[in-house]
Design a protein around this ligand. Structure first.
Ligand SMILES: Cc1cc2nc3c(=O)[nH]c(=O)nc-3n(C[C@H](O)[C@H](O)[C@H](O)COP(=O)(O)O)c2cc1C
Length: 170
C-alpha cells in the first residue's frame, strides 16, 4: 500500500541508505525495457525553486544512455532490505543482462513519469530530468578525489531530476 508523501519526509532514512547499501535507480532503454542500477551517490535538495534528486552516473553505465533517452528516472529506496538485488544491480550491466527478468523484480507503473517503480521499496521518487551536466577534469580541484575515483576518467554526469512524486510503502 503506497501513500504519497512530501519530497523531504524521508530525507534522513534515504540519505543513510544511500551512503550504506545504496538504492536502485530505474530507467528505461530505447527499446522500452527497464533497467535498474545501484547508486550510492545522490542528493535531495532545492534547485531552481524545485525539489531535485541529483544523481551521479558514469558515462560507461548502461543507465546513462537510458536516462538520456527518456529524460526521467525513479529512485527506489529499499531501507534495510533487498541486499541481494542491490549487490546484483551494482555489479551487472543492463547491456548484457536483463536484471528485471533475472531477479524477478516486480514493478508498478510510474504515476508521473514513463518509468516503473519497484514494488516493495520503502520510498520511491519519480523524477523528470530538468538539467544535465558533466564533471570535467579541470573542475576536479582535489587530487585525492581525482586519483581515487577517476584513475581511468569516466567522469560522472550529473542528472538533476525534479521530484514530481514521492511514495512511501506501508
Ligand atoms: C553500493 C554501490 C553504489 C554505486 N553507486 C554508483 C553511483 O552513484 N554512480 C554510478 O555511476 N555507479 C554506481 N555504482 C556502480 C553501478 O551500480 C554498476 O556499475 C552497475 O553495474 C551499472 O549498471 P548498468 O550498466 O546497467 O547501468 C554503484 C555500485 C554499488 C555496488
Amino acid at each position: 500500500m503506497r501513500e504519497r508523501i512530501g519530497p523531504w519526509d524521508e530525507f534522513a532514512r534515504v540519505q543513510e541508505q544511500l551512503s550504506g547499501a545504496g538504492a536502485l535507480l530505474v530507467s528505461v532503454d530505447a527499446r522500452g525495457r527497464p533497467n535498474a542500477m545501484t547508486i550510492g551517490w545522490g542528493q535531495i535538495g532545492t534547485v531552481w525553486s524545485r525539489p531535485i534528486f541529483l544523481v551521479l552516473v558514469r558515462p560507461s553505465r548502461y543507465t546513462h544512455g537510458c536516462i538520456e533517452h527518456t529524460s526521467a528516472f525513479t529512485v527506489n529506496v529499499p531501507v534495510g532490505t533487498m541486499a541481494a538485488e542491490l549487490e546484483f544491480c551494482g555489479s551487472r550491466s543492463g547491456r548484457e543482462t536483463d536484471k528485471f527478468a533475472v531477479l524477478g523484480l516486480e514493478t508498478e507503473p510510474g504515476h508521473e513519469v514513463p518509468v516503473p517503480m519497484l514494488a516493495g521499496c520503502t520510498v520511491v521518487y519519480e523524477c523528470r530530468v530538468v538539467a544535465k551536466t558533466a564533471l570535467v577534469p579541470q573542475g576536479l580541484l582535489d587530487d585525492g578525489v581525482r586519483s581515487r575515483y577517476y584513475p581511468r576518467g569516466d567522469l560522472h554526469s550529473l542528472f538533476f531530476g525534479e521530484i514530481l512524486a514521492t511514495w512511501r510503502n506501508r
